[in-house]
Ligand binder design. Structure first.
Ligand SMILES: [Zn+2]
Ligand SMILES: [Zn+2]
Length: 126
């Protein structure tokens, strides 16, 4: 069995798969190297999952059976809780998020910008 490594979207380092997970909200891949508000102090991404609070909202959102969980249990496949995520907290801005924002702001599409970029590159080459 091979060991998988994943890059953390925040610092770019590749880490052992158990140390990296997606943020449950923004979807950025995040290593425990870069979590914010870290009062847990664990290397394992799983420990930063969303914890069950017994609310109807969570039961609906994560489609969980409340029988399976006790309060404060980590919800399976919830990803990293956005309260630890530097992207969700606005501590770090990802270039691709800025890019999406600019496309929307100026009413452009990825394909338009790509075509313009490639044409420009061609023009530069002469
Ligand atoms: Zn990192
Ligand atoms: Zn996030």
């Amino acid at each position: 069995m091979g060991v998988e490594f994943y890059a953390c979207d925040c610092c770019g380092d590749s880490r052992y798969e158990e140390y990296v997970d997606h943020c449950g909200s923004c979807g950025h891949r995040l290593g425990t190297c870069c979590v914010e508000n870290d009062y847990i102090g664990s290397s394992y991404a799983y420990d930063y999952g969303v914890r069950f609070d017994g609310s109807e909202e969570q039961i609906e959102e994560y489609e969980i059976d409340p029988e399976d969980y006790e309060i404060d249990d980590i919800i399976k496949d919830s990803g990293i809780d956005p309260k630890y995520c530097p992207f969700c907290l606005g501590k770090v801005v990802a270039k691709e998020d800025l890019f999406d924002y600019l496309l929307k702001k100026y009413g452009l599409t990825f394909d338009e910008v790509k075509a313009e970029y490639l044409a420009q590159k061609g023009a530069d080459r002469g």
